[in-house]
Design a protein around this ligand. Structure first.
Ligand code: MLT
Length: 407
């Protein structure tokens, strides 16, 4: 008899964004004439930057030519991309990351989901609350939690992000081994200062824990004093793994390209106490389970770092930040407490009421899709998240409709 992984039985019925997609589909079916505006899932709407498209075309032509054709590439990514990432995203900003520490992949979601398999099943995991659901669900699947009761998985340590701590969690009160952090934060849009990250790095060093730092939204940081990478903090190479993505930066949500940095000094520990390099483990995992991102896509990602690419990417992120500023201003004028939207594409709005009811109200009465805060965790109850990823005109229209419903 083939037995199943019963940890799946502990999961909530469906993944947050799948639940929202089903509700939206049902709404569209019942209201075929309504023009729906999606400010829910953080999916970009603007086309790829011209520099990326040109590189993609040229690389595709190479694949049509027998002398330039390429089959399997290196699982970790082509050197041309790993090197340009290490130089531009890290070394030029004073963060010490080498090309061989960059692992190119098809998405930060997959990487943050897969990385937990490097760690023992009984490690104590700390996640922010509210949280990007992938961190939680993948640990549930792996059996690191008990059942879900009182809106929380037993066995997980929740790091509460509330109005009074400006949505930046405090250090845990109980010992933990694996810590997920995300800045600029999804879903709250909150950012962390260097001093705040330093506390976490010091904690991880003192407790031999590891920080999984999700920096998928770093390209939206405009405040020069804020850290874009955890490796800007001294000592972080010993205790932190960082995830980045071209999805929100350069519009690659449908194209798929991301990377994970695992420094050579970053260690886990065997039961004997012996230090084990996580770089070697991740390399082993990546080469066994992944066959690399396609050559044309990696060439398109490389073009992000060309002069034209840098300019075009900045234009794209500026565009979404302009949407974010508008949402902040107009929803703020309605009297709601909100955060995010300044160095982040997400705006986190305190509605005070039931999150799903608020979501349903905006969907049914304004035909605007948002994300209910409670879908990100218990501390998200009473909030909704609005994403700035859409066309400016649609954002203007969505705000008018929301105002019509809420005023
Ligand atoms: C979100 O809306 O939270 C993100 O788009 C989800 C993701 O990147 O997977």
């Amino acid at each position: 008899m083939i037995r199943v992984n019963e940890n799946y039985g502990k999961l909530q019925a469906s993944y947050l964004f799948s639940t929202i997609a089903s509700k939206v589909s049902a709404f569209i079916e019942a209201n075929p004439d309504k023009d729906i505006i999606k400010l829910g899932i953080g999916d970009v709407t603007k086309p790829l930057p011209a520099a990326c498209i040109a590189a993609l075309h040229a690389a595709t032509d190479e694949m049509a030519n027998e002398s330039a054709f390429r089959g399997y590439g290196p699982e970790q990514g082509y050197d041309f991309l790993r090197e340009i990432i290490a130089v531009n995203d890290y070394q030029s900003k004073g963060a010490n990351v080498a090309a061989n520490e960059v692992f190119v992949s098809d998405g930060a979601k997959c990487d943050v989901a897969n990385i937990q398999e490097l760690f023992a099943t009984d490690v104590k995991v700390a996640v922010p609350d509210p949280v990007y659901p992938v961190y939680v669900d993948t640990n549930v699947m792996a059996g690191r939690t008990d059942i879900f009761t009182n809106d929380r998985y037993q066995g997980l340590t929740y790091l509460e992000c509330r109005e009074d701590n400006e949505y930046v969690p405090e250090l845990p009160k109980e010992p933990v081994d694996l810590i997920y952090l995300c800045f600029p934060n999804n879903p709250t849009g909150a950012t962390a200062t260097k001093e705040q990250l330093r506390e976490w790095v010091d904690y991880a060093k003192a407790t031999k824990s590891v920080i999984l730092f999700d920096a998928a939204y770093e390209a939206f940081i405009r405040d020069e004093s804020l850290p874009r990478s955890i490796y800007e903090i001294e000592g972080a190479r010993d205790v932190a793994i960082e995830f980045r993505s071209f999805s929100k930066t350069a519009g690659f949500t449908g194209t798929r390209c991301a990377f994970t940095v695992v420094p050579e000094e970053c260690m886990g520990y065997a039961a004997s106490g012996e230090a084990v390099p996580l770089h070697a483990m991740w390399n082993r995992r990546h080469t066994t389970k992944f066959n690399g991102v396609s050559y044309p896509i990696q060439k398109a990602a490389e073009a992000v770092y060309s002069d034209a690419g840098k300019m075009q990417v900045k234009e794209l992120t500026d565009y979404y930040l302009k949407n974010a500023a508008l949402i902040r201003e107009k929803i703020g004028e309605l009297g709601y407490h909100l955060t995010g939207g300044e160095n982040s594409p997400y705006i986190w709005i305190k509605t005070g009421g039931d999150s799903w009811e608020f979501f349903d109200k905006l969907l049914n009465e304004a035909a605007v899709v948002t994300t209910p805060g409670s879908g990100f965790g218990k501390c998200g109850e009473g909030y909704i998240r609005i994403s700035a990823f859409n066309d400016y005109d649609k954002v203007v229209e969505a705000i008018e409709r929301i105002k019509g419903v809420l005023q």
